[in-house]
Write a protein that binds this ligand. Structure first.
Ligand code: HH2
Length: 283
């Protein structure tokens, strides 16, 4: 299957000739690595503008922590957290993604100017599919085993890559059947969502098998627990080098988009890699 050249996300046609960087903005009080910092709207907007200046292509705004064991918030609370920030960023011309599992939040975020719906439950909710089909937004279909609260309870797979690939192609097909154009869909193995360290490593190692499904592949490994387990670095903010290495290896194996906390360092690393590989220096 040909590698997709663009990812259509609302008014944005994102060129996939070089890897894209999605900067993470958590407007939550309890996210695992930066929770609490951006609960204030102005601080959230300032942090996002910084990420854009550092070279982020997309800002992913989330109002619910999906960290293992995180407490649930209502969709109304979640929408209230994200819509103001999304509107402010969209007004600045940014390509904004909303990280949500809730159709109500997705719908309000799109009205506020979001161009992408990033659904960690992989569009398994028919209401979410309906919202997606009624928009022209880009969509991220992510694989998660179970629920955030329980997902790390001894996940078992016969073949993690085959099971993730099967789920992602099934969900992408369901979106296409609902009327979503294929070039709006990206897929994501969901690093850390109901997976052990070994599962995460295998997914990264065998990423070309997901790329072969013919959709842009998004990978979010930044600061995650498996990096801590491998390196012994317990503080998420101190996992920069491990996160950059994971982003680099993901891109080398075909990832089209990397979702990261540390935009400047990731952009710098990817620019070096491209230059050494002989591609244009400019990003
Ligand atoms: N990971 C997290 C949240 N959303 N979305 C996609 N598409 N892929 C991911 O790997 C992914 C995601 C978890 O990280 P983070 O947002 O930093 O933390 P929290 O879940 O605590 O908000």
């Amino acid at each position: 299957m040909d590698r997709p050249r663009v990812w259509r996300c609302g008014e944005f046609v994102l060129d996939l000739a070089r890897p894209l960087v999605m900067g993470i903005l958590n407007v939550t009080p309890d996210s695992f690595s930066d929770g609490g910092s951006y609960i204030d709207r102005d601080a959230a907007v300032t942090a996002s503008i910084r990420m854009l200046a550092d070279g982020a292509d997309i800002i992913d705004v989330g109002g619910e922590s999906t960290r293992p064991g995180a407490a649930a918030v209502t969709a109304v609370q979640e929408a209230a957290r994200v819509t103001g920030v999304i509107a402010a960023l969209a007004e600045q011309g940014a390509c904004v993604s909303v990280d949500t599992r809730h159709a109500l939040v997705a719908s309000e975020a799109l009205s506020a100017g979001a161009s992408i719906v990033n659904d960690v439950s992989g569009f398994t909710d028919p209401e979410m599919v309906r919202v997606a089909a009624g928009s022209d937004a880009g969509l991220v279909v992510m694989h998660m085993r179970g629920e955030p609260r329980t997902m790390q309870e001894a996940p078992v797979y016969a073949d993690v890559v085959a099971e993730v690939a099967e789920f992602l192609s099934r969900q992408a097909l369901a979106l296409e059947r609902a009327g979503v154009a294929r070039d709006r869909i990206a897929i994501d193995p969901g690093i850390g969502f109901g997976k052990t360290t070994e599962h995460n490593l295998e997914l990264l190692r065998r990423l070309p098998e997901l790329e072969a499904l013919g959709f842009p592949v998004l990978v979010g490994a930044s600061r995650k627990r498996f990096i801590g387990e491998i390196t012994g670095v317990t503080e998420p903010q101190a996992r920069l080098a491990g996160s950059v290495a994971a982003a680099f290896e993901a891109v080398r194996r075909g990832a089209a988009v990397v979702r990261v906390h540390d935009v400047a360092a990731t952009v710098q690393a990817l620019a070096m890699v491209r230059a050494i590989e002989g591609e244009a220096h400019a990003r």
